[in-house]
Design a protein around this ligand. Structure first.
Ligand SMILES: [Zn+2]
Length: 278
């Protein structure tokens, strides 16, 4: 099995929204904000090549919304989804499986594009698109709070083009890939656990966006059920420490991977490293 980080570019989000009830004086020592109080965040996908399968987890923000929409997010960086895949010698048609942790626009935007005729097409047209049933139902009947993050044009073509595969329960969805489901950030967020030789690499998505979110109270204001996030994190961090998981961070612009250690204050960051060195 080979694993590759697939950087798709960065976006900026409000620092207060990223760290919830934690005061800025404390969080900014862990993760800096710019003069507009915005934190720069990566959108890092993961490519898994395992035998005949080429599996991609999440797809970044894409480029199909108008500039007016992207203006709020200050997109930056030189990477793009297709450029990064091509550096690994992979074309979009080669992708056999596309796992979507959830359907917020910064995770699924690259999965659908507008063709020259203006029609919506799947970027990975041969791929089975894996989404949890709970998230699919949640995203296609969105609540007022998350409505702006669930864009129909990112979501509906997956089903219309016959490529949707719903994950109904936790467990192994593909050889060496187990889906765990967490509900605090959004209902039915899938956190893929990848068996990589003797190790387990976990794609953290929005369960733990950056290393600064490791302490339990550092919960994003975006989370729909913050009390559930506290439980999700406690449970995950305990498992991760016990099993020495490698955490692959989707949103941390400074750190690709990390592991954990137990300190007198609780579970904390141990080492940071790149995926290719693990
Ligand atoms: Zn999200």
């Amino acid at each position: 099995m080979q694993l590759y980080a697939i950087p798709t570019g960065n976006l900026k989000l409000d620092g207060g929204a990223m760290f919830g009830v934690v005061p800025k004086g404390i969080w900014q020592k862990q993760y800096p904000a710019d003069e507009n109080n915005l934190c720069n965040l990566a959108m890092r996908s993961l490519l898994i090549i395992d035998g005949d399968r080429k599996i991609l987890i999440d797809s970044g923000v894409g480029r199909k919304q108008p500039d007016k929409f992207f203006k709020h997010y200050d997109l930056n960086g030189d990477d793009s989804l297709l450029k990064s895949l091509s550096k690994c010698g992979v074309s979009p048609d080669d992708i056999t499986d596309h796992i979507l942790t959830h359907l917020h626009f910064d995770h699924v935007g690259g999965s659908v594009f507008r063709n020259a005729q203006g029609d919506l097409e799947l970027t990975f047209k041969n791929a089975t698109h894996w989404v949890s049933q709970a998230q699919w139902e949640w995203a296609t009947n969105p609540n007022a709070r998350e409505k702006a993050s669930f864009l129909k044009e990112n979501i509906l073509p997956i089903q219309e083009q016959g490529k949707l595969k719903l994950i109904t329960e936790e467990g192994e969805i593909l050889p060496n890939i187990t889906a765990k489901i967490y509900n605090g950030h959004t209902s039915g967020q899938v956190i893929p656990h990848i068996r990589y030789g003797e190790k387990t690499v976990v794609f953290m998505a929005d369960l733990l966006p950056t290393t600064a979110h490791i302490p339990i109270p550092y919960v994003m204001s975006y989370d729909t059920q913050p009390l559930i996030t506290l439980e999700d994190k406690q449970q995950f961090l305990t498992d991760a420490l016990e099993n020495d998981y490698i955490l692959f961070l989707q949103h941390d612009v400074f750190t690709e991977c990390c592991n954990l250690k137990l300190t007198e204050k609780g579970i904390r960051l141990k080492d940071t490293f790149n995926l290719k060195d693990c």
